[in-house]
Design a protein around this ligand. Structure first.
Ligand SMILES: [Zn+2]
Length: 105
C-alpha cells in the first residue's frame, strides 16, 4: 500500500521520497527541513505553487495557488488549521481534475 505525504499528498513510493515519519504521519523529503522537522504551511504552500507552475507548463500563479490550496485542504493534516495561506479561493472541480491529470502525464 502506498503511503502519501501528510502535508502535500505526494505518494511515497520509494524510500528516498520519505523525509521523516513521526507521530503526526509520514512526510516527503520536500516537506521536511534538514533537521527533520516538518516545514510550516507557508513553506509547503510555496513549494506546491512552484511545483504546479513547473510541472504543468503555462500554469498561471493565481491558478497554481488555488490548486495548491485545494490540494492541501483535502489532507487531514491541514483540516484543523486555519493558516493564512489556506484561506482564499480554491480551484474548481474542473481545474483541479485537469491539473491532476496533467501532473500524472
Ligand atoms: Zn510533502
Amino acid at each position: 500500500m502506498t503511503t502519501f505525504c501528510s502535508t502535500c499528498g505526494m505518494p511515497l513510493e520509494k524510500k528516498e521520497d520519505i523525509g521523516v515519519v513521526n507521530t503526526s504521519g509520514s512526510f516527503c523529503r520536500y516537506c521536511v527541513n534538514i533537521d527533520g522537522t516538518v516545514k510550516n504551511s507557508d513553506q509547503i504552500f510555496a513549494g506546491g505553487v512552484s511545483f504546479f507552475m513547473h510541472t504543468v507548463e503555462g500554469t498561471p500563479l493565481d491558478l497554481a495557488e488555488r490548486i495548491t490550496r485545494r490540494n492541501m485542504k483535502s489532507l487531514p493534516y491541514w483540516k484543523t488549521r486555519n493558516d493564512k495561506c489556506l484561506l482564499g479561493d480554491e480551484a474548481t472541480d474542473e481545474e483541479y481534475a485537469d491539473a491532476m491529470k496533467k501532473v500524472g502525464e
